[in-house]
Design a protein around this ligand. Sequence first.
Ligand code: CUA
Length: 267
Amino acid sequence: MSFSNIDATEKKVVTVAVLVSAGHLMLIAYAAMFLNISVPTCQPNEKLFTEPSISKIGDLRYEVHYVAKMWNFLPKKLVLPKGATVDFYLGSNDVNHGFHINGTHVNLMAVPGVVNKATQTFRENGNYPIVCHEYCGFGHQNMNAVILVSDKVTEAVFEDSAQASESKLELSAAAKSGKELFGVKGCTACHNVDGAAGGVGPSFKGLYGRTEEMQDGVKVTADDAYITESIKEPLKKIVKGYNPVMPVLPVSDDEIKNIIEYIKSIR
Ligand code: CUA
């Protein structure tokens, strides 16, 4: 059967379909060649990883491995020299997360067991926030990170104040376990460890031994008893300036002891 035998209406449909497909392919080629939008490729055959890392692969060329986990991206802050081109490799340590770098076309899913990749060149100075846009649980709305691009730096580095100050400390086994629980139980969603203001709950930096004023004006010293009570009965005492929003989490007494050891280490 030749093309001329086909019904006229069907011919129209086939012609339109072919033209639309060709149009799409041309738009994709145009986006890739002239708009610098990277075309989705096959999943890279990358080894799985659980820790963030950075490596230089050429002049202003970097590979950065990003880890998504409830509810954080690591590295929390990536500093890049202006003009840097970065291959982003993205993995998840737990559930599905989204990964969108604002102001760019980088938009990936972090999927457990899979490594996803995108490439981006940063031509302008500025702050590029990364947000999670896939609902991933209680702390989803606080899951973010940032890329800072500046012509004042010459090399790409991770600049994570919390990580930097922690790595200086030799943590005890109990504190290490507490640190893990801190992430696993989702504490990171509301409590930071770098002392930054504006968290949902108080920062854990320097918390141990600090005197906190409660909503009713009563002053309480943050010792073992107070922290234990705050975890077991989070709504009993609320620190002034915060909302009573902390959920009761399934944490055993031993786990609480380890978390307290970890909090002690965050000076
Ligand atoms: Cu991760 Cu939402």
